[in-house]
Design a binder for this molecule. Structure first.
Ligand SMILES: [Zn+2]
Length: 296
């Protein structure tokens, strides 16, 4: 009986080519798992805790009636979230509500798994819900994703200005489209020593790779969306500045200062918050201007 390698030689060339093509398509269809690194879980301010990985923020907001989780990271982030929640002395089962900033895999791919673990209700904006319920297959203006994730059922649609209350905490949703169609900014108040502070979980305001903001057929109103979003963001009170990726709000540096015993909580950073919005807007306007001149 011939061995496998000599069997290849007996196949007609067209079949061999077919097999090789099938092999390479299959290889392309399984992108590598994201490289997720842990970050120490810690109390940010008041009843807000960081339980994400080193790049993808996940926030636990605790209340007397259970907890809210903002974002879930990748599916690979979930064990880090679970370990963090438990290390801080809380229980995953007490997570009652899951909300999100925007429907990209690095922020919501872990939703299905956490919902399964906790039975939490998932809330999302209408346009991001389509993406989350299809695991990235529908509703993303960049097209269906090459690395789809586990779809999650959205239990409640969040509208612009809607308030979500659990126990003593109320979070307000502000629709800030651009980075995704349903991109959402969340605000709340937190108690810290000297009184109540306005917290803003700022959204991603960057452009996506390969996406034009001028004459972009997949999403013709994208420039208007970004412009509206910058207008909204400039009106939001932001004393405590947080965001979906650690490097957006200097998680590492501020955490280190906190650990070193900083007198004032380093996450109280209204200047950093304002600059984040200004930088985002400047980058957007520059790209829009360049595209206006070069694209028809
Ligand atoms: Zn994103």
């Amino acid at each position: 009986m011939p061995n496998r390698s000599t069997q290849w030689l007996r196949l007609p060339p067209i079949v061999c080519l077919g097999l090789l093509l099938t092999r390479s398509v299959f290889a392309q269809g399984t992108p590598p798992a994201p490289d997720v690194k842990p970050f120490p879980p810690f109390k940010v301010i008041g009843n807000i805790y960081y339980v994400g990985d080193a790049n993808e923020s996940v926030f636990l907001i605790t209340t007397r009636a259970g907890h809210v989780l903002l974002d879930s990271g990748y599916e690979e982030t979930v064990p880090i979230v679970k370990a963090g929640v438990e290390k801080l002395g809380f229980k995953m089962q007490d997570i009652k509500i899951m909300i999100s900033g925007h429907a990209h895999s690095d922020h919501v791919a872990g939703h299905a798994l956490i919902k399964q673990m906790t039975g939490a209700r998932v809330l999302a904006s209408e346009l991001d819900a389509v993406v989350m319920e299809s695991g990235g297959a529908r509703g993303d203006y960049r097209g269906p994703r090459a690395n789809p994730w586990k779809p999650v059922k959205v239990d409640q649609i969040i509208r612009d200005g809607e308030k979500v209350t659990l126990g003593e905490v109320t979070l307000t949703a502000h629709l800030t489209p651009g980075h995704t169609r349903g991109n959402t900014t969340w605000t709340m108040e937190a108690n810290e020593g000297r009184g109540r502070l306005n917290v803003a979980f700022m959204p991603s305001v960057g452009r996506n790779e390969g996406v034009h903001v001028f004459n972009y057929p997949n999403h013709p109103t994208i420039a208007d969306d970004y412009q509206k979003t910058f207008r909204v963001l400039k009106t939001l009170p932001c004393q405590v500045f947080l965001g979906p990726h650690g490097n957006f709000f200097d998680l590492e540096g501020k955490y280190a200062r906190m650990q070193a015993g900083a007198k004032e909580n380093p996450f109280i950073d209204p200047t950093g918050c304002r600059q984040y919005v200004e930088r985002g807007e400047a980058g957007f306007l520059k790209q829009l201007d360049e595209e206006r001149r070069t694209r028809r």
